[in-house]
Design a binder for this molecule. Sequence first.
Ligand code: SP5
Ligand code: ZN
Length: 345
Amino acid sequence: MKTFYNHLHAQHQGKVEMFRGALVPCFEVPARADHVLAELKRRQLGTVQNPHAFDDSALTAIHSPRYLNFLATAWDQWVALDPANADKDILPSVWPTRTFRTDIEPDNFAAKVGLYSYDAGSPFTSGTWVAARAGAHCALSAAQQLVLGDRASFALSRPPGHHAGMDFFGGYCFLNNAALAAQHLRNAGMKKVAVLDVDYHHGNGTQAIFYDRPDVFFASIHGDPRTEYPFYLGHADEKGQGAGLGTNLNLPLPRGTNYATWAQALDTALAAIQAFGAEALVVSLGMDTFEGDPISGFTLKSDDYLRVGERLAKAGLPTAFVFEGGYAVEEVGINAVNVLQGFTG
Ligand code: SP5
Ligand code: ZN
């Protein structure tokens, strides 16, 4: 299995995020990817290479031009406000909620940041655009590897992607890597593809991007949004709309869910993906279902991830894994590589 990795991920290094009225150290740190890379090398699981180059137009297949333009210029706009801003991250503080207009991009920078985001937990830093773009290229390269005929591939990228929508960031995510990978497979001629999101948090961005699409099935197993982030999407009654009705499957589970129950949901999701007739699978591989995760509530153990990989392999589909969340930094490498090892056998 080929892994696509770019050291530029480390350019995205947030300082603090908003939590309960205080600024706390970021959970989504560069060391997460470093641990996965080290474990891949330690176990000699496949090869690691740099992503291929892609034109920025590859990104407009999923994201809006005005959002991409914002991401590309946000840091310079921020520092132009005040040179002292260079020492601080950008954190949104104002948002357009119901009854506000979102069709006009404000000139005010803080208002722009709010237009393109939905939480105060996702700092935008000096290196966020460079890292996110390189990460997206990892995901596109992993998808391309399936087009070339490989059984599996891995995008070891950060920041993660599944909370990012067509034109917004949030949940530590800026570009939706899994959606970009799925769209790349479609553009390459695969008629039906599926995204399976096993991150602890519902992949609201991915769901929204494909919600009315009949050609991309989205399935997600996650903490119940009534209590878990991202709160406002991810309920079981969200089934898709229009031509996409029936191509969205949410399997919310309560805090405290163990592997036995979680694995039943995984079988349900894989059966639906088979019934849909997907030709390839993109897995949003979040490792925050782990019992030791500091911000999540499931109780999966490290060995369980070997079984997860085995179950995914049984679906028999070409599979691109895309790294998402997982904040138990010391264990995230072992857990992620266990999935890949379980898959490859
Ligand atoms: C990709 C991904 O996993 N994003 C998750 C974003 C979660 N953001 C909200 C985090 C809330 C932090 N709660 C801290 C609890 C400390 N006890
Ligand atoms: Zn997550």
